[in-house]
Design a protein around this ligand. Structure first.
Ligand code: F6P
Length: 556
């Protein structure tokens, strides 16, 4: 049975291929394999199950695999037509089939002068045109030449956006804080919870504040509500509607909606419907990042992503970093039965990276029908989560070591930190290496007894081990390296989605909640039409309790 690899549709499921069955059989043979034995049998394992590209080193020897597992997984990727799919994506074929769109975030980081024709039009000039406008604007803000309405220089930039219009730039600004302009503060507002914008505006001077309203659609209610509140806050201090022009810019694909909000087209930075929200950090959605680190460093970030793109496109499957991460994830998810996947950066600057990956992975591949609309018969995206080490060690690592849930992990470490506290870094990295060691090899009852543990304590003091981990070592957390990491995970997600047969680039699953929220808002505000849908008994009772509390003013 063959997989159709034309851009639009997959006509059969990967689980019906001979390659999938071969992996199932192989899994039966591997079921009792313990990492202790795999390492004991092969002294070179730690060196051979590795791959490297441009300052990013991957050690996957602590995954429960053998060379045969890897070969079988690579054959699976070939059976799914991964190579053709990669080329289709890079060439701008409409692989986002439910929205009939190309998927071209990779074009955003292609060098000036490249030609990429989509539907008969070269998209590269418009990409670099917007990058040039962004750079000019960023330099004006950074240089103090972009002035607020009353002639003061901008000191704080507030990005208003949510999902892909927030998580990427917020994560990246935090990760690249060592490259940031110290005279500019970057803040991010995403939640419609009024507490978020209240906190973000706290202590700010409206005369010195610039808002970037970031929304692909410019129709997202949370973002528009926050933007209106910000505009009201500005105009309360500067009672002239013309002030909006000096204090608001927009990033969007929707020129008409931006104009309707009152932001001039000259203050809008464009991107295109072939850039998915969660893939939009390298587009104008990265404007806050560019203002923070400067256009040259932003170019380095793009160059890093491009470097990983080239690697993804050209490296053999078993040396291809995104493909390896994807295949190991499929092995863990579909054959070892892992429900979850943890990402554990041992660098505080990457604290927001797991949250960013949650959207990237779970909004892309959290699907239960395939690209043809048929129910899938295999598990798709795992639950992705994580937190920086060493904090996590004192919170949830207990479950990783001795719990009942198999949790494969990516450990991400940085070889050279930006600070000079070498003793801290040695301690951090000693913990980093120790955790993957403990998770892989555990501690047997005999070892515990040998350590002098009292026999009745032995069950509590043994560690099963055999917990699969990958270790990713990054030379230094530069803009280039962050670009590589972003592209690494983007392509991992794409590879998995392609092999599972799901469409990774739409997100219909978020729509129902939005529709229902609008209906309930009408109920809360007493504007529901007489023929509005009747609420279920639980929701109706909760709404009644809320509206009653609002009337009496809960909490005084
Ligand atoms: O939550 C759904 C979603 O459409 C995400 O995919 C997107 O990143 C986010 O909302 C924000 O959308 P927009 O940029 O259009 O405001």
């Amino acid at each position: 049975m063959s997989i159709t690899t034309t851009a639009h549709i997959t006509t059969t499921t990967i689980s019906q291929t001979a390659q999938w069955r071969a992996l199932q059989e192989h899994h039966l043979a591997m079921e009792s394999a313990h990492l202790r034995d795999l390492f004991a049998a092969d002294a070179g394992r730690g060196a051979s199950f590795t791959a490297e590209h441009d300052g990013i080193y991957l050690d996957y020897s602590k995954q429960r695999i053998t060379a045969e597992t890897l070969d079988l997984l690579a054959e699976l990727a070939e059976a799914a037509g991964l190579g053709e799919a990669i080329e289709a994506m890079f060439a701008g074929a409409p692989i986002n089939s439910t929205e009939d769109r190309a998927v071209l975030h990779t074009a955003l980081r292609r060098p000036r002068g490249d030609v990429l024709s989509v539907a008969g039009q070269d998209v590269m000039p418009q990409i670099h045109g917007v990058l040039d406008r962004m750079a000019e604007f960023a330099e004006q803000v950074r240089g103090g030449h972009w002035l607020g309405f009353t002639g003061r220089r901008i000191r704080t930039v507030v990005n208003i956006g949510i999902g892909g219009s927030d998580l990427g730039p917020a994560m990246a600004c935090r990760a690249l804080v060592d490259f940031a302009d110290p005279d500019l503060e970057m803040r991010f507002v995403s939640n419609v919870d009024g507490g978020d914008i209240t906190e973000a505006l706290g202590g700010l001077d409206p005369h010195e504040t610039l808002f970037i309203v970031s929304s692909k659609t410019f129709g997202t209610i949370e973002t528009l509500t926050n933007a209106e509140t910000a505009r009201g806050w500005l105009l309360a201090a500067i009672a002239d509607p013309a002030a909006v022009r000096s204090h608001f810019v927009a990033v969007s694909t929707n020129t008409a909606a931006v104009a309707e909000f009152g932001i001039a087209e000259a203050n809008m930075f464009e991107f295109w419907d072939w850039v998915g929200g969660r893939y939009s950090l390298p587009s104008a959605i990265g404007l806050s990042l560019m203002i923070s680190i400067g256009p040259a460093q932003f170019q380095d970030f793009l160059a890093g992503a491009h470097s990983m793109d080239q690697h993804f496109r050209s490296a053999p499957l078993t040396q291809n970093l995104p493909v390896l991460l994807a295949l190991l994830g499929i092995w863990n998810r579909n054959f070892l039965g892992a429900q979850t996947h943890a990402v554990l950066p041992y660098d505080h600057r990457l604290a927001a990276f797991p949250g960013y990956l949650q959207q990237l992975d779970m909004e892309s591949n959290g699907k239960s029908v395939d690209r043809g609309g048929n129910p899938v018969d295999i598990d798709t995206a795992p639950i992705v989560w994580g937190a920086p080490g060493t904090n996590g060690q004192h919170a949830f690592f207990q479950l990783l070591h001795q719990g009942t849930t198999l949790t494969p992990c990516d450990f991400i470490g940085i070889l050279r930190p930006a600070h000079e506290l070498d003793n801290h870094h040695d301690l951090l990295m000693a913990n980093f290496f120790a955790q993957t060691q403990a998770l892989a090899f555990g501690k047997t009852a005999a070892q515990a007894l040998g350590d002098g543990v009292a026999p009745e304590q032995v069950p509590h003091r043994t560690f099963p081990g055999n917990q699969p981990t990958s270790t990713i070592l990054v030379d230094k957390l530069t803009p280039h390296a962050l670009g590589e990491l972003v592209a690494l995970y983007e392509h991992k997600v794409f590879t998995q989605g392609w092999i599972w047969g799901v469409g990774s680039f739409d997100q219909w699953g978020v729509e129902l909640g939005k529709t229902l929220a609008n209906q309930i808002l009408d109920q809360l505000q007493g504007t529901a039409a007489p023929d509005a849908p009747v609420l279920d008994s639980s929701t109706a009772a909760l709404v009644t309790r809320y509206t009653a509390a609002e009337r009496v003013g809960v909490g005084g």
